[in-house]
Write a protein that binds this ligand. Sequence first.
Ligand code: GAP
Length: 523
Amino acid sequence: MFEAVLYFCTMANQDDQFKKVISHAKEYGYVFQSSEIYDGLSAVYDYAQNGAELKKNIRDYWWRAMVQMNDNIVGIDAAIFMHPTTWKASGHVDAFNDPLIDNKDSKKRYRADVLIEDYCAKIEAKIDKEVDKAAKRFGDAFNKEEFISTNGRVLGYQEKINTTLSRMAKSLENEDLADVKALIEELEIADPLTGSRNWTEVKQFNLMFGTKLGASAENAMDLYLRPETAQGIFVNFLNVQKTSRLKIPFGIAQTGKAFRNEIVARQFIFRMREFEQMEMQFFIKPGTQAKWYEHWKETRMKWHLSLGMGAENYRFHDHEKLAHYADAAADIEFKFPFGFKELEGIHSRTDFDLSQHEKFSGKKLQYFDPEENKSYVPYVLETSIGLDRMFLAVFSNSLVEEELENGTTRTVLKLPSVLAPVKAAVLPLVKKDGLPEVARKIVDELKWDFNVDYDEKDAVGRRYRRQDANGTPFCITVDHDTLEDNTVTIRHRDTMEQERVKIDDLRDLIKKEVDVRSWLMKM
Ligand code: GAP
């Protein structure tokens, strides 16, 4: 018999839900604060035994979709240290800044743009409330689109958001930091922690970490820790093109660490000082960027949707303020526990990066196009996603509490099974009568294909709960009947349904559910 789910409990509010995500990540061996025994290091985190597996599985899922499934995309692994001129050429030395503002009373430091964006997010929450109220009032007859485009109060809220964000974008673009401060004052934005409105001027702050290369202080060379992986791809563009003999359009992908001295870093692994990116630069003929921009927006969204985390949790956000290198840019935003925020960026970077590296290195970075019979600097379409942010999206979306028909609740981590750290746990019903030996044999067989756990401690019901909270998609129970007929009970995490199957069929049954192929086929 399996336990029936009565209903899903959505967690009390966003703050509670986020706290629950953070503590669950710690309790179940996913994410720990870095150097915790020394009171931690702000915005730096360690991935624990389950977290490292989940992260690896997300990285593999991206790599398989990007590199393995595309004949014209190859992967590289460039160094974190790069020649310092790289960052002069890329614009990071001069322009990789965030506008910061301090509160004179609390001495807390904030990103001025984030304070304004959070203000707008609060107005957006008011719109959502109006929509919910109206949906309840009108029932089945409710038309959300019509309501949003005609309701006076909602239109007023939307107008406020639009004018605020476009004024901020314009001020930042014109480097008019005084106006950014004026906007904060006009909107009466207060320090979120203390309520004080006693602000300093807004200043620019460079986000790159500096370090030194060399054995002696006199001869040391000043370096930066890379703030994005993309530049490692640009400087290798011609090496890769020549050695792979790829023709345009083609892509170069890589995953790896990046470092940013973030001003505001209070959102767990959403905004870290050391994080990992998964980036792909797609080199194209100048003039074709609009087509490829649409192509990659659509392709990346399909990749996200293939994981089955709900289309309603994603949206595109087209940039008003473009980075110094882009002629078009959009974010894929995800509904995190604290609202919709950027998960991935898709940027049309023109020929900015390659032209800059040509200029600063004095080396040609051009492609000879045999069809056109001429050389040119290719344009670039970039897709860039934070691996840690994707981890948080998957983890927070998967964590649910369910109330069961028998009055108890269960906490279950409904990770997409392709990403789950442990695919199956094998549980002997009791610790005697030869059952542990059979269970161990099953583990020894399955571990050639999957990450599997052996678990014999506590009553079987408690072990099910533990594996549910851990995100393990299958529990395999060995009982006395197993000794007679070589069958076991397999329990499915999400439905809690149980079925009796032959030991020999376990491998195929699990593979069908967790194989990357069947998930990526949904793209
Ligand atoms: N090469 C382009 C680039 O780096 P970005 O928008 O600055 O663009 C790309 O970063 C992605 O990297 C973001 O969408 C986000 O997922 C991730 N990311 C950026 N800063 C981050 C941080 N401090 N912590 C975690 N992830 C971050």
